[in-house]
Design a protein around this ligand. Structure first.
Ligand code: NAP
Ligand code: FE
Length: 358
C-alpha cells in the first residue's frame, strides 16, 4: 500500500514538514457542506496558511459525482497550476479529488478519456475523510457516475493511490446519524465482499476480517450517534482497513447492484449496499460456507439469519423496490465486469432476488 496513513485528533495540524513537501499551490476539493461542517476545511486552510502554501477551493462536488463534475474540479486544478490536490469529505469529494488530479496534470485530457488512462501521472493527492465508509482515502479507485450508462463506472489504476490520508475522528462528529449508518454499512460491505471474492488472499483476508470485527462491535453504538470520539476513531480505522482490503481484491456484485439502486432509486451508496448484503450473504453461505463462517466469527454471529437480524437491528430504512424494477435493474447490474468475481456463478434472476430483500 503506497498511501501513508496518519490517524488521531489534530493529525492534519501536526504535520508541517509533510505539507511543505507537497508543493506551493494546492487545490482543495470538497462537497457543498462536508468540508465546512466537519471542521476539516478550516484545519487544512490553517495548516496551509501557516506554511505559506497558496490554495483555491472547489466546493461543488455532488453526491455520487458525475465525470463532468470531477472534470470541473480538474479544470480548476489546471487553471490554478496546482502542485497537489487535497480531497475533503465523504467518498464523493475524495473520488472527485483523484480524478481532478488526473485532469490537472494532463491538460489535453477530455472528460471520458480518463477511462483509458492518461499520459502523465496525476498530481499527488491527500485525502481527508469526513465519513467512515468508503475507504477511498487508501484506494486506487475513483467511482464516477456515467449518465449514458445509467450507472457508475470506476476509474482504476495504481497511479490513483493517494499520497497520504489523514483520519481525524473529530471530522465525523457532524455527520447526520443516517449517513453515519449508511457509510458504516458501506465499509462492512467492502470487507464482506472482499472476503467472499474469488481473488481474496491471505493478505487481504485478515485486513478485511479485522475491519469486520471492529464494525460488528461498534454497529449498535451508531444508535447513539455521534457516540464518543473513540468509537468514531475505531469506525474510521475500520473503514480505512476495509478500503485496504478492496484495494487488493475490489468489490463484487453487491456494489454493482448498489450502483444501479443509486442511479434509479436515488439510494445513498451505503444504504444500497446494506439492503443488498443479507440475501447476498445467504447465497454465499451455500456456495462458500467456510468463507462465510469466517465473516460470522469476526462479527460475533453464527448464521445468515443472524446477519440479516444484525442489519435489521440497525433500523436501516430503504425505499421499496418492486418485482418489475428488480428484474429491470438486474438486467443492467448483471453486465458489470465484476459479476464473474462473485463466489458463485450468479444469474440475473438471483440478482433480482437479492434486490428484493426486506
Ligand atoms: P458522500 O456522497 O460523500 O456524502 C454523503 C452526504 O454526507 C453528503 O450530503 C455530504 O455532504 C454529507 N457529509 C459528509 N461528511 C459529512 C460530515 N462530516 N458532516 C456533515 N455532513 C457530511 O457519501 P459517502 O458514502 O462517503 O461516499 C459515497 C461515494 O463514494 C459514492 O460515489 C461511492 O460510489 C463512492 N465510493 C468510492 C470508493 C472508492 O474506493 N473510491 C469505495 C466505496 C464508495 P456534502 O454534499 O456537503 O459533501
Ligand atoms: Fe462502497
Amino acid at each position: 500500500m503506497p498511501t501513508a496513513v496518519f490517524e488521531g485528533r489534530g493529525c492534519v495540524l501536526d504535520m508541517d514538514e509533510f505539507w511543505v513537501s507537497m508543493g506551493r499551490r494546492a487545490l482543495i476539493v470538497t462537497g457543498k457542506t462536508s468540508g465546512y461542517k466537519s471542521g476539516a476545511l478550516e484545519d487544512v486552510c490553517d495548516v496551509l496558511d501557516k506554511n505559506g502554501i497558496c490554495y483555491c477551493i472547489f466546493d461543488s462536488v455532488k453526491n455520487n459525482p458525475t465525470v463532468e463534475n470531477a472534470y470541473e474540479a480538474g479544470l480548476l486544478a489546471r487553471e490554478f497550476s496546482a502542485d497537489f490536490v487535497v480531497g475533503i469529505g465523504g467518498g464523493s469529494p475524495l473520488d472527485a479529488a483523484k480524478a481532478a488530479a488526473v485532469y490537472g496534470s494532463n491538460p489535453e485530457l477530455e472528460p471520458y478519456e480518463i477511462y483509458d488512462g492518461a499520459e502523465d501521472n496525476p498530481l499527488p493527492v491527500v485525502e481527508i475523510p469526513t465519513t467512515a465508509g468508503t475507504g477511498s482515502e487508501v484506494t486506487q479507485y475513483s467511482v464516477l457516475t456515467v449518465e449514458s450508462r445509467k450507472t457508475k463506472v470506476t476509474v482504476k489504476g495504481d497511479w490513483l493511490f493517494p499520497k497520504a490520508a489523514f483520519l481525524d475522528p473529530r471530522y465525523t462528529k457532524s455527520l447526520p446519524p443516517n449517513v453515519a449508518l449508511h457509510t458504516a454499512l458501506d465499509a462492512m460491505s467492502h470487507a464482506v465482499e472482499s472476503v467472499l471474492k474469488r481473488n481474496n488472499s491471505y493478505i487481504s483476508e485478515p485486513i478485511a476480517l479485522g475491519a469486520l470485527e471492529i464494525i460488528g462491535r461498534n454497529l449498535p453504538e451508531l444508535q447513539n450517534f455521534p457516540c464518543d470520539d473513540d468509537v468514531r476513531a475505531e469506525l474510521l480505522h475500520a473503514a480505512m482497513l476495509a478500503g485496504m482490503a478492496i484495494a487488493h481484491t475490489g468489490t463484487t456484485i453487491v456494489h454493482s447492484m448498489g450502483y444501479v439502486f443509486t442511479y434509479f432509486k436515488d439510494m445513498p451508496h451505503g444504504m444500497a449496499n446494506g439492503v443488498l448484503l443479507p440475501k447476498f450473504v445467504e447465497f454465499a453461505e451455500k456456495a462458500v460456507p467456510e468463507q462465510t463462517e469466517k465473516i460470522y466469527k469476526a462479527l460475533g454471529i453464527s448464521s445468515s439469519d443472524e446477519f440479516a437480524c444484525m442489519i435489521r437491528n440497525t433500523g436501516l430504512e430503504h425505499p421499496v423496490v418492486s418485482e418489475d424494477e428488480a428484474v429491470e435493474f438486474a438486467k443492467i447490474a448483471i453486465t458489470n465486469k465484476n459479476v464473474p468475481t462473485a463466489p458463485w456463478k450468479v444469474t440475473a434472476e438471483e440478482e433480482a432476488e437479492i434486490m428484493l430483500w426486506r
